[in-house]
Design a protein around this ligand. Structure first.
Ligand code: NAD
Length: 385
């Protein structure tokens, strides 16, 4: 590794990697879990999680509602093996697009490339881990060679893809997913990025430079003279266009961080910037460890989001925050949804509709502007001042 002394070991001693490999767990719709949530999760945050399951399974997934559903992902969920839950939701059409931290997408690539992450302990000597070339994400352990080889794959992909110029992150992740599928078709069963590409589901990242994917794009520019550049404006407009196209809108927010706001800013962008009175979200579910008392966006409640036009004022009963570790709550939530009557919806395949949806956004924004302009009073200029 560049920041380690030359010759230092890339592979740590096996003793650190003796824990079971972390696999992507796929929810199956367990009747026992549904029974637990129905009967046992009655109060406090168990009660909130039960509410979240009901809002999702009974309302957001009801065919009559035709709800466009965004999933936002922050926190180390793919390293912890929760990518399988996301894959299950994608495959069943239970989510329509994703906004994730770059970290979760980068770490998903280890699974796609058949590298192993291991169960470990959070109570290890990190200096020793460093000396032995072992990376730790809380209690998830893997050799630094996993990073190096994943990075090498990304750089190789960037060269082979011939991607140039400004592109949306949805395009980058789609092309990356197609490449993974071509190399190793079964990986759609254990890679979120690959499954999303297979199902035509767009994945955005609100922090394109805050991950090893972004780091390798920066390398590609400097060392290969590439003009490839992530254009965040395209992401903003595509996400707005997707939200605008929704008959109803709802979100599942895992953790907080920038993906949460990147999703929720969609409605304010529509009314505040484009002048389109779309209204706010109809459903809002958040599973997080973030607290409201610190005043940050990550812990902000759906009620606070109402004031911004992010959530429709009349639907607060269809919003809930479960203060839980999402590595525990999200698999339970997914088990419940997969076991529910509305456990499959047609895939929207929004990746192939982005251009048309953005064109519709432009059309509606121009119409809104024409209306505003026609109503505007001419400003009288006082020439004596
Ligand atoms: N190599 C890379 O590309 C890269 C880049 C950044 C981070 N990382 C690693 O990836 C991990 C994930 O980073 P990230 O940027 O996705 O987010 P993060 O870990 O910084 O978390 C962001 C948000 O999620 C919430 N959160 C975190 N864990 C949670 C949990 N278990 N349950 C509920 N809410 C939770 C936090 O409170 C915060 O709001 C980090 O721990 C880091 O080790 C890797």
């Amino acid at each position: 590794m560049p920041h380690r002394a030359p010759g230092s070991p890339a592979h740590g001693p096996a003793r650190f990697l003796q824990g079971k490999p972390i696999r992507y767990y796929r929810p199956t719709g367990s009747a026992e879990v549904r029974q637990l949530i129905e009967g046992g999760f009655q109060a406090f945050n168990a009660g909130r999680l039960s509410e979240a399951c009901h809002i999702y399974a009974d309302k957001m997934l009801a065919p009559a509602g035709d709800t466009t559903i965004g999933l936002t992902v922050a926190g180390a969920l793919t390293p912890a093996g929760l990518g399988g839950c996301v894959i299950e939701l994608i495959e069943r059409g239970l989510i329509d697009f994703i906004i994730s931290t770059g970290a979760n997408l980068y770490h998903d690539l280890h699974y796609a490339l058949n590298f192993q992450l291991h169960r470990g302990s959070p109570f290890l000597d990190d200096v020793e881990l460093y000396e032995q070339g072992i990376i730790r994400i809380y209690d998830v352990l893997f050799p630094s060679s996993v990073l190096l080889e994943t990075d090498a794959y990304i750089r190789d992909f960037l060269v082979r893809s011939s991607l140039q110029g400004p592109i949306a992150t949805s395009e980058l992740h789609y092309r990356l997913g197609l490449d993974l599928l071509e190399r190793n078709p079964p990986c759609a069963e254990y890679s979120v990025v690959a499954k999303a590409a297979q199902c035509g589901l767009p994945i955005y990242t609100s922090s394109p430079r805050d991950s090893s994917i972004g780091m390798n794009i920066a390398y590609h520019e400097l060392m290969n003279g590439s003009t490839l550049m992530i254009d965040p404006n395209r992401d903003v407009n595509e996400v707005c266009a997707i939200i605008l196209s929704g008959h109803r809108n709802g979100c599942i927010i895992l953790g907080g961080g920038s993906p949460k706001n990147f999703y929720l800013q969609g409605q304010p962008t529509l009314w505040e910037v484009y002048g389109i009175p779309k209204g706010g979200n109809d459903y809002f579910i958040q599973i997080t460890t973030d607290q409201v008392v610190w005043g940050g966006l990550s812990g902000a409640t759906p009620a606070e989001a109402v004031s911004w036009g992010k959530v429709n004022p009349g639907v607060l009963s269809d919003t809930v925050v479960a203060y839980c570790d999402s590595t525990i709550a999200f698999p339970l939530f997914c088990e419940y949804a997969v076991g529910s009557p509305h456990n499959r919806r047609p895939l929207r395949k929004l990746i192939h509709r982005r251009e048309a949806l953005v064109a519709d956004l432009v059309r509606q924004a121009k119409a809104a502007k024409a209306t505003t302009d026609s109503q505007a009073q001419p400003v009288e200029i006082d020439r004596h001042r």
